[in-house]
Design a binder for this molecule. Sequence first.
Ligand code: SF4
Length: 345
Amino acid sequence: MEVKDIATLAKYPFLKESREYIKGLSISVDDLLQDLAYERARVIGLERVENALRKGDVGNRSLATETDCIMELLSYPIARMISVCVGEPYLRRRYALGEAIHFYKYLQNEDMSFLLWVAKELGMDVKTLDSRIEIYFVDYLKNAPTRYKEWKLVNRVLDRGYVYINHRELCRIIEENLRNRIVKELDSRECEETVYKTFQKEIEGFRNTVRLKIKKARTKSIGKVNMTLMPPCMRKILSMIQSGENVPHMARFAIVAFLNSLNLSFNEIMEMFRNAPDYEEDKTRYQVEHITGRKSSTKYTPPGCDKMRTYGICPVEEIDEICKKVNHPLSYYKLKWKLSKGKKK
Ligand code: SF4
């Protein structure tokens, strides 16, 4: 399949053809950043980041003329360069999610042949058989949000190595693939001095907004839990969630089970995730419901210090005197609480 229509390229700037189109324009990075002719692309680039940060979607703009489309296309690499220069994992994740959600909205209106072509470009093995859509199970496991019940492989039809999905699910899988891809690409890039100088004021503005948001989230108490009594391991996991770093599954499990054991309500635990850059209500809800026993008969307890160490989520370089006296994060909290009471007397 070949996309000739520039509006389609502008909607999907991650496609190989879109990148080739930009290359064909032979615009140097310096021109893109300085030339008056690309001022609009720079404004849209900033708008993409701003919208992703504040609204969770990079936003729609008119694609009525060829110039509209070219400016939209050029704004994509600009937005990515700005996101890298902000230097905050939270913003990179928030931006990646904003782009992926936007692509998902466009993809839902595309026909099957286009979706198959995009999936192929992203390296996924997807095919149609009669009216059925099938994805190779390895690609399914790599890209589908299988942490949620309806996506788990056991709840799917698996036939000769292929999983049955529908049109909307394929869009969702592509969205997840793009989100991960963008995060990975941005995480591996360095900020270019010329980009920083061009957008210095705005980059500093984004940085301050993000840092303020993270600081607020870190100091805000969660329900009745006193943050100053939290063990180093749980403080670290919380701060990773709130700054948008990659949090291993076991760490997410540990913090939810820990807060649940301290009798935090379901809503209070959900609130903690709400500050995460890639927060998605329905998915978080499913995980939290599962761990807290709201939806299943099992209520999980948090792992002890030995297990935390085995999983690499006990920050051994940050442990303190209380850590040395306990063998469970919950005991840490209780002992610190007792000690703080003793001091007050
Ligand atoms: S020693 Fe235990 S309580 Fe302390 S940080 Fe490690 S896992 Fe947490």
